[in-house]
Design a protein around this ligand. Structure first.
Ligand code: CTP
Length: 400
């Protein structure tokens, strides 16, 4: 692939030399573009020697006045590492006062940014607002790592390692934007049903599958609303997070956001039972034995299935046995278009807390599709591939 590597003026600029080397090793053609500030940290000769190409630097020292346009057209992907706070601000606002920022405006292919800066600069509201703009624009962000920074402070701000940036480049190069203009509502995580002010019933759901779905949908251009029970995961960038605790709260938020949604995916592991009258005070250990009388929670998926308007409905079935039969039973009883079935518990190391999954997609019409073991992020993309195919088929069947 023909890659443009933009180097910003930060201490981490020396690490981009390592990235240039890795990209060359992977068989890419790399054209380096440095800002004036970057040249203060590393000499262009280092990059020229690593890439076998003259480094582009000053806009006005270039032979042709339209060279940035030609360079933009000749390359397939632009990665900027390190992306400094100043560069991010310029990119977010469309300022073009040197070769790299001018090239950015002229470039129409995928863009990947690997920020690196002091932790306070990274967390500053201005930088975070610029970042949100760049995420919204569809650029891939390689999150900075946490650790000891050159400024002596500890926290997020360190340039991601070259392998991580190279993997993000690979993903961005193959990124589809086929959910652009689409609103996707996703539920994730467990729910917690209180027993008293300090105790609750819940389950082992980590939320990883739902969060992976949200990340995949956002990367494909969707506007994503993620309604999540309590989990220990950062929300994916560019996603609207609605935090809930109980099944009742989740139901309320789902119904409130439903009118906007074209695709609804219920990956949450909603508790099936709750205590309808929760005591105000902590329950004391007075009796030798207690028993709980629980009432069913609202079945959100079944209610959505009964409403079933223009949106496409995907449910999940986490089973310990008879996966395909159980998943199909849920598809029919809850009137879904698709159910994603996965085996959990027992000897399976997949499912709830794992980073990987192995699922079977049960479709209303059509054969079951088995997706072999893969990362939850990869499974999420395969689910969206099938959701989009299904929608095309439904539209064709309805003649719309
Ligand atoms: N679900 C829901 N509301 C509930 C329970 C489940 O919306 N109160 C949804 C889940 O988000 C999931 C699907 O229903 O998409 C299947 O959940 P699961 O717990 O596997 O199924 P149950 O309906 O609880 O069936 P069973 O207990 O028989 O396995």
């Amino acid at each position: 692939m023909k890659v443009l590597l933009g180097v910003g003026g930060g201490i981490a600029a020396y690490k981009s030399a390592e990235l240039a080397r890795l990209l060359m090793q992977q068989g890419h053609e790399v054209q380096v573009v440095m800002t004036r500030a970057a040249e203060e940290f590393v000499g262009p000769l280092t990059f020229a020697a690593l890439t076998g190409r003259k480094v582009l630097t000053n806009l006005f020292a270039i032979e042709s006045a339209i060279e940035h346009i030609a360079v933009a057209q000749e390359h397939e992907l632009l990665v900027i590492a390190p992306a400094t706070a100043d560069l991010m601000a310029k990119l977010a606002h469309g300022l073009a006062d040197d070769f790299l920022t001018t090239l950015y405006l002229a470039f129409t292919g995928p863009v990947v940014l690997a920020p690196a800066m002091n932790v306070n600069m990274w967390q500053h509201a201005a930088t975070q607002a610029n970042l949100a703009t760049l995420v919204k624009r569809g650029h891939g962000i390689v999150e900075p790592g946490s650790g000891y920074l050159a400024c002596g402070m500890t926290g997020p701000g360190r340039l991601a390692d070259p392998e991580t940036i190279a993997a993000a480049i690979e993903r961005a190069a193959h990124q589809r934007r086929d959910l652009e203009g689409e609103a996707v509502l996703i539920t994730a995580g467990p729910t917690q049903e209180p027993l008293d002010p300090v105790r609750y019933i819940s389950n082992r759901s980590s939320g990883k599958m739902g969060y992976a779905l949200a990340e995949a949908a956002a990367a494909r251009g969707a506007q994503v609303i993620l309604i999540s029970g309590p989990v220990h995961l950062p929300p994916p960038r560019g996603v609207e997070l609605v935090a809930v605790r109980t099944a009742a709260e989740m139901r309320e938020q789902v119904m409130q956001h439903l009118p906007a949604a074209g695709i609804v995916i219920k990956a949450a592991a909603v508790a099936d039972f709750h205590l309808s009258k929760v005591p105000d005070q902590k329950v004391k250990k007075t009796a030798a034995r207690v028993s709980l009388e629980l009432d069913p929670t609202p079945d959100i998926l079944a209610e959505l299935g009964r409403k079933k308007g223009d949106f496409l409905l995907v449910g999940f079935a986490a089973e310990t046995q008879n996966l395909q039969q159980e998943a199909r039973r849920k598809l029919e009883s809850k009137n879904c278009d698709m159910v994603v079935g996965n085996l959990v518990g027992g000897s399976s190391d997949l499912g709830f807390e794992s980073d990987e999954n192995e699922v079977v997609l049960i479709l209303r019409a059509g054969k079951d599709i088995s997706l072999p073991r893969a990362s939850k992020r990869a499974i999420a993309d395969r689910i969206f591939d099938e959701v989009l195919k299904l929608r095309l088929a439904l539209h064709a069947a309805n003649g719309s």
